[in-house]
Structure formats: structure tokens, C-alpha cells
Design a binder for this molecule. Structure first.
Ligand code: MLT
Length: 265
């Protein structure tokens, strides 16, 4: 996969297919490979762009704190370097969704439609902030193993099938190979992300919300509330899936994405 040089960072980026641009933005603490079931299918009809965000996968790392605003600006800079001038369909999962809200606020003219999977609009509670700070210290002191152990049980619906067990193991490997500095910086960035609830009524692009029916991190009822607040939004609940719905039930997620693309191109 090519490495794309931005002014202050290099991002590893999947970029394949011709047609309207479709941008996939991964969750925490993962990389572009979490979209593997979407990349092949949609690159038949679209130009599919799926970077590893700053600090993740094979991309460059900055330590300290990386905000959701910074990630959104990185994506706009990436589209500039890739020569993508047409507005994109943005598809983010969880932290990718937090970045999606900021992409709408800061780069509205580059956005054709929004697909927000398994994500939240509210900010962290004080307890949530303390947990993010704890996780940042943990990964810097002890590496990625305890992060994988803490996070994996919450990401998936029950691992009852061999395919699900394989997805859990692949996700564990993705966490283990992530840079501790990158994980700490994004954890601290998420801890200071703004509450965007008041912005939802101003979202004026077609929006698809997707949530696994067993998502414990961004539950169905919470995403139903987000859908109700956005004027042109539709919510699709994915059966047999938790927080990682695009990996857990790709057929249902891809069908929902296909329906949205059929209306917006
Ligand atoms: C993610 O999947 O990106 C994370 O669960 C987001 C979070 O920790 O809030």
C-alpha cells in the first residue's frame, strides 16, 4: 500500500477503484484492515480510500495528544494530496465516527454523505476521561498486550462461530501491533473530544447510522437518539453483531451502505 506524505506526517493508505470517492475511517486502536469486507466490494464501483490514521497501522506516529479535529484535518490533507476534489461519502466507525463529526464541522464542502457506524455524539464522562488517561499510562508503561486484553471483550458480540473467533483474533493482532505512542495520543484525544449533540440538527447531508444490535459501547438506543436529531438520517440495526459490525456481519452492513450509495452516487 502506498505511503502518502502530508506536510507533517506520512499516512499508509489503501486507494483502489474508480468512481465516486468513498472514504473509510477506522476505529480505535485498529487500522484500515478492519474494513477488509468493504474494501473489495466497494472498489468495484467507487474509488475507495482507507488510510491508517496518524499513530496507527503503518502510518507515522506523533506522541502527546492527537485530537479528533487533527485527525479530520489529516483526512482533508490526504484528499488534497490524492487529488480528490469531488465531495466524499465518509464512512467512520466509533473513533472514526467522532472524526466524522469533526470532518462535517471543519470540511463540510468536501462531504457528500455521512455513514456513522457504532459511534457516539456525547463527550466522555469524568469517569470516562479518567479511564482514557489510565489507558494512555498503561500502554506507555506496559505495551499493547493489556490494552488488547481490556478492549477485546467489549468489541464483539459473543464469539460463537469460527468466523467470529477468527475476526476477534485478527483484531487482537491489529491492537498488538499498534504503536503505544499512537494509542496513548488518540486515547487522550478522545478524552477531550467535544459533545456534538447540539451540532446534529445542522447536519445537512444524507446520513446513514449503522449499529450492531449487541453493541455495548455505542448502544442501539443511543444511536436511535442521534438518528432522531439529524434531519436526513436513517438508522440500520445490524443483527448478530456488536461494536465491530462491519467485521461481524459484513453482508448486512454492505447492503445498508449499498442502499445509501444508490441514493447519493
Ligand atoms: C472505537 O472503537 O473506536 C472505540 O471503542 C472508541 C472509544 O473508545 O470511545
Amino acid at each position: 500500500m502506498p505511503t502518502i506524505s502530508l506536510p507533517d506526517i506520512s499516512l499508509n493508505c489503501f486507494d483502489s477503484g474508480d468512481g465516486p470517492p468513498l472514504l473509510f475511517v477506522h476505529g480505535f486502536p485498529l487500522d484500515h484492515s478492519m474494513w477488509r469486507h468493504q474494501l473489495d466490494e466497494f472498489s468495484q464501483t467507487h474509488r475507495v480510500i482507507a488510510p491508517d490514521l496518524r499513530g496507527f497501522g503503518q502510518s507515522g506516529v506523533t506522541s502527546g495528544t492527537v485530537t479528533m479535529e487533527q485527525f479530520a484535518d489529516d483526512l482533508a490533507a490526504l484528499l488534497d494530496v490524492l487529488g480528490v476534489v469531488e465531495p466524499v461519502v465518509f464512512c467512520g466507525l466509533s473513533m472514526g465516527g467522532y472524526i466524522g463529526w469533526q470532518f462535517f464541522k471543519r470540511h463540510r464542502s468536501r462531504l457528500k454523505a455521512l455513514i456513522q457506524c457504532d459511534t457516539r455524539a456525547i463527550a466522555d464522562t469524568p469517569e470516562g476521561v479518567a479511564n482514557r488517561e489510565k489507558l494512555a499510562r498503561l500502554v506507555l508503561e506496559n505495551g499493547t498486550e493489556p490494552v488488547a486484553a481490556a478492549m477485546l471483550p467489549n468489541l464483539f458480540a459473543e464469539a460463537t462461530t469460527p468466523a467470529r473467533q477468527a475476526a476477534v483474533e485478527e483484531t487482537r493482532q491489529a491492537v498488538l501491533r499498534t504503536s503505544p505512542d499512537g494509542i496513548a495520543a488518540a486515547s487522550l484525544g478522545m478524552s477531550i473530544r467535544p459533545d456534538v449533540t447540539a451540532d446534529l440538527p445542522s447536519i445537512d447531508v444524507p446520513t446513514l447510522l449503522i449499529v450492531g444490535e449487541e453493541d455495548r459501547i455505542s448502544p442501539v438506543e443511543e444511536m436511535r437518539g442521534i438518528a432522531a436529531a439529524i434531519p436526513d438520517a436513517k438508522l440500520t440495526v445490524i443483527p448478530n453483531a456488536g461494536h465491530m459490525s462491519p467485521l461481524e456481519n459484513p453482508d448486512a452492513v454492505n447492503a445498508a451502505i449499498r442502499d445509501l450509495l444508490a441514493t447519493v452516487g
